[in-house]
Design a protein around this ligand. Structure first.
Ligand SMILES: *Cc1c(COP(=O)(O)O)cnc(C)c1O
Length: 495
């Protein structure tokens, strides 16, 4: 099965090439030429399997041209091992009659990005070898929070790769900083950069754009790559947990096999919800999707009006991983419903005018599957309180945005079906905001907030977060570098 670009101008390539390249040559994103189907028998069989086997079988559907099933199974067994995901990779919890919560934060960094970033490095390294490339890869990441740590944990001690992560010295939370400063592994570098996220991000972009540097690295047998959420290798593992959650609901007798459910996803870059849409295209019985946004409601407006307009104020919220005005992976949905030619038009308009409008027939097609909803800051706090009062369910801010929108949908649209709502982070990852929502108090120290939240709720702190204060600092956050130094650091690390 070949992979094509959403902009239709790149030569189709194999899955390994798509994973190695990241972005297609014409600037588009990769998708398989056809979405593979999951037969009724296959779905039934998957219900009897454990998580790594379910994931390997779904991955094999998309990647079998280059990857052997045994390779994928062995990678999935390592990625989703009990030690990394204690108690299972993607457990489903019950909230009342209708709502089920798919918890995706039981991995090494307590946020859902682990689900993709624990397996993607393994797929990537194999992709490099399978395309006949013997060079070593250096992964560069600029991060404002969750992605950096998840990428570090995913790439640490993977042979043939090294990773450098740059974060703004004043732009990440205290816990996130500690998580990165104490990172273990022989092939990792972590640097705090003077300035804000844009300074770190621009530094990384300059390095990717520096041809001389690229040639020098090439002479040393090294090439640069990113761990971006637009890479197919990050998206495809996410399809698996929707299939797995469905199987768990069947196994628990909560739904009948082939009964339709709805899915709600707290959305930023549109990767997670697109993976759910791909699962539906494969044949998983999903009826509709709730696209949940915070106060940055660009997607809600898009699904309501058919116009995507990024020309608006950007709000910093308590669900920072969803503070986004350009949702990159939406391009893949546009391609799937409208084709390459129209997608090129929309993306051109987005770059030039900051907005585009889809024609009526495309809007109707989107309407058949998608419902956009958003949740403000006060509503997020109320939702956190309500979930704890009614269900004793401790929810993080992103998860609460999702559950608020899920309830809105149930009231308005389709109260009949079970609704699977995705939980993307441990409440302890955003402890100050969650504690404030519950008590109206703001502890001065973020680490105190974790302890106070534990006393208040009785829920255990995930060990990767509770252990972080005791770990040795390997990369001193106080020794911030100037952005101009980043190039030197990358070169030095490639000797
Ligand atoms: C990245 C992230 C999201 C958004 O996911 P997308 O795939 O970008 O839509 C939501 N919640 C948390 C906690 C995240 O880290």
């Amino acid at each position: 099965m070949n992979y094509v670009s959403t902009r239709g101008k790149s030569v189709p390539c194999s899955p390994a090439e798509a994973i190695k390249n990241g972005l297609a040559e014409d600037g588009g994103l990769y998708l398989p030429e056809e979405i593979p189907l999951l037969s009724s028998d296959e779905l039934k069989e998957l219900c009897e399997e454990d998580y790594p086997t379910r994931a390997a079988k779904i991955l094999y559907k998309f990647l079998s041209d280059d990857y052997a099933y045994e390779e994928l199974l062995s990678d999935c067994r390592e990625a989703y091992r009990e030690e990394a995901f204690p108690g299972g990779a993607a457990p489903v919890r019950k909230l009342g009659d209708k709502i089920r919560v798919l918890e995706l934060w039981h991995g090494p960094t307590a946020a859902f990005k682990d689900m993709a970033l624990q397996i993607m490095p393994r797929l990537f390294v194999r992709a490099v070898r399978k395309t006949g490339d013997s060079r070593r890869a250096k992964i560069l990441v600029a991060t404002s929070g969750d992605t950096g740590k998840a990428a570090l944990e995913g790439y640490r001690d993977i042979p043939g790769v090294s990773i450098d992560v740059f974060y703004p010295v004043d732009g990440v939370s205290r816990v996130q900083k500690l998580q990165m400063a104490t990172q273990e592994g022989e092939n990792v570098g972590v640097y705090s950069v003077v300035g804000n996220f844009d300074d770190a991000q621009n530094g990384v972009k300059r390095i990717f754009g520096d041809r001389e540097l690229g040639e020098e690295l090439n002479r040393r047998g090294v090439f640069l790559s990113s761990a971006n959420s637009i890479n197919w290798g990050r998206l495809v593992p996410q399809v698996a947990y929707y299939v797995s959650a469905y199987c768990d609901l069947v196994k628990d007798g909560d739904i009948a096999l082939f009964e339709e459910i709805n899915v709600c996803v707290p959305t930023g870059n549109f990767g997670n919800i697109l993976a759910a849409y791909l699962a539906k295209m494969m044949g998983l019985p999903i009826r509709g999707f709730v696209c949940a946004s915070n106060r940055n409601s660009v997607l809600t407006d898009f699904f309501e009006t058919g116009t995507y307009d990024r020309r608006r104020e950007f709000y910093t919220t308590t669900s920072p991983s969803m503070d986004i005005l350009i949702s990159s992976n939406l391009e893949r949905l546009l391609y799937l419903v409208a084709g390459a030619e129209k997608t090129v038009d929309f993306m051109k308009k987005l770059t030039e005018d900051g907005c585009y409008t889809v024609p009526a027939e495309i809007r109707e097609e989107l309407d058949r599957s998608f419902f956009g909803a958003c949740c403000g800051e006060e509503q997020t706090r109320e939702e956190i309180r309500k979930l704890f009062d009614i269900y004793r369910y401790l929810s993080d801010t992103h998860t609460a945005v999702g559950l608020f929108c899920a309830e809105k949908y149930l009231e308005k649209m389709d109260g009949g079906r079970k609704l699977l709502s995705v939980s993307t982070a441990s409440p302890y990852k955003f402890a100050p905001a969650v504690y404030f929502a519950l008590t109206g108090e703001s502890p001065e120290n973020e680490l105190d907030a974790m302890e106070l939240l534990k006393e208040y709720s009785g829920e255990p702190i995930p060990s990767p977060l509770s252990g972080v204060v005791k770990k040795k600092i390997r990369f001193d956050p106080a020794k911030a570098i100037q952005a101009e130094k980043m190039k030197e650091i990358v070169l030095r690390g490639a000797e």
